[in-house]
Design a protein around this ligand. Structure first.
Ligand code: AMP
Length: 115
């Protein structure tokens, strides 16, 4: 937990969000600036800045985060047509918020390669 982290504050309910799921470990909410009809951010409550800061201790957490994301994709009705997970890491990838988050993006045809 980081006191000044916007996503930690969202997970603690100190900043309002459009929540789609929460449990002891994870919080999922709609992106404030969606790039597709369905755009959900999935975060661990544990503050990890970059995905590359994860340690072997986080192995289970990251596995459960993927499974939880799959459940979210199912609930969003995205599984049949397809969707995309994105984890931006660092400056050139455009990571704006220094707390790891998975983007779940779907509900339209998605181009490849990404920008
Ligand atoms: P990234 O560029 O991967 O760091 O993505 C950060 C994402 O967080 C962007 O898509 C933003 O639109 C989104 N975002 C930033 N602040 C908020 C907020 N308060 N509520 C919901 N989404 C946010």
């Amino acid at each position: 937990m980081a006191d000044d982290c916007i996503f930690c504050k969202i997970a603690r309910g100190e900043i309002p969000s459009n929540k789609v799921y929460e449990d002891d470990e994870f919080f999922a909410f709609r992106d404030i600036n969606p790039v597709a009809p369905s755009h959900v951010l999935i975060i661990p409550r544990r503050h990890i800045t970059h995905i590359t800061d994860a340690t072997p201790e986080d192995e289970g957490l990251l596995g459960r985060m993927l499974l939880m994301a799959n459940e979210t994709a199912r609930r969003e009705g995205l599984v049949q047509k397809g969707f995309r997970y994105v984890i931006n890491c660092g400056e050139e990838a455009g990571q704006l918020v220094p707390h790891i988050h998975m983007h779940l993006i779907g509900g339209r045809e998605l181009g490849w390669p990404p920008g």
